[in-house]
Design a protein around this ligand. Structure first.
Ligand SMILES: [Zn+2]
Length: 186
């Protein structure tokens, strides 16, 4: 069997399509392959959002892309553009869920690309994603007065219920993770 026929056989078959999914949420999360099943299972089992009930927006660093509009205006514009566009496409969406995770490689790149962030966060890049989620939550809570007004303006204007979560590894083996909710309201 030549390679072309083998490939056709491998992809043959029928696969289901979700009819009228009416998604409830837009989920912004990192595209890191280590965490895709982790995020999927958490969304289904803890947030009652099985695949099809949310619109995934996968990007390097996930919500990290909106946390630094001054230093990373391109990332900020890209991500809010995707959220806004999907809100228009899926009017049933009422929640915006932002998920960051430990040891995110986006932040390792960022520590080189924007060295000034090392002053903001400290040298340990491992938990920068968590710091960003706290910054977003704090900014939203304090109406953008303390940190970056662009983030607050976007979150308020979108009219969605905002939820933030951070996934961290249980131990150094790196095979299991848990989730923490980052609070907005005090
Ligand atoms: Zn990541």
């Amino acid at each position: 069997m030549d390679a072309t026929i083998a490939r056709v056989n491998k992809v043959s078959g029928v696969f289901s399509v979700t009819i009228n999914p009416d998604p409830e949420a837009i989920v912004v999360m990192c595209n890191d392959p280590h965490f895709q099943t982790t995020f999927r299972d958490f969304l289904e089992e803890r947030l009652d959002l099985p695949v099809g009930k949310y619109v995934p927006i996968l990007a390097d660093g996930g919500p990290g892309m909106i946390a630094h509009p001054d230093q990373l205006p391109g990332d900020f514009r890209f991500l809010i553009g995707r959220v806004t566009a999907n809100q228009e496409i899926y009017p049933t969406v009422s929640r915006l869920i932002l998920i960051g995770h430990q040891e995110c490689t986006y932040y390792r790149g960022l520590s080189v690309k924007v060295p000034s962030l090392r002053t903001t966060f400290g040298r340990k890049v491992e938990h920068w994603a968590k710091s960003d989620l706290f910054a977003i939550a704090s900014d939203f809570k304090h109406k953008g007065l303390r940190l970056v007004p662009q983030v607050c303006q976007f979150l308020e204007k979108c009219g969605l219920t905002i939820e933030l979560y951070y996934s961290r590894l249980v131990d150094e083996s790196g095979v299991e993770a848990i989730f923490e909710r980052i609070p907005i309201a005090s």
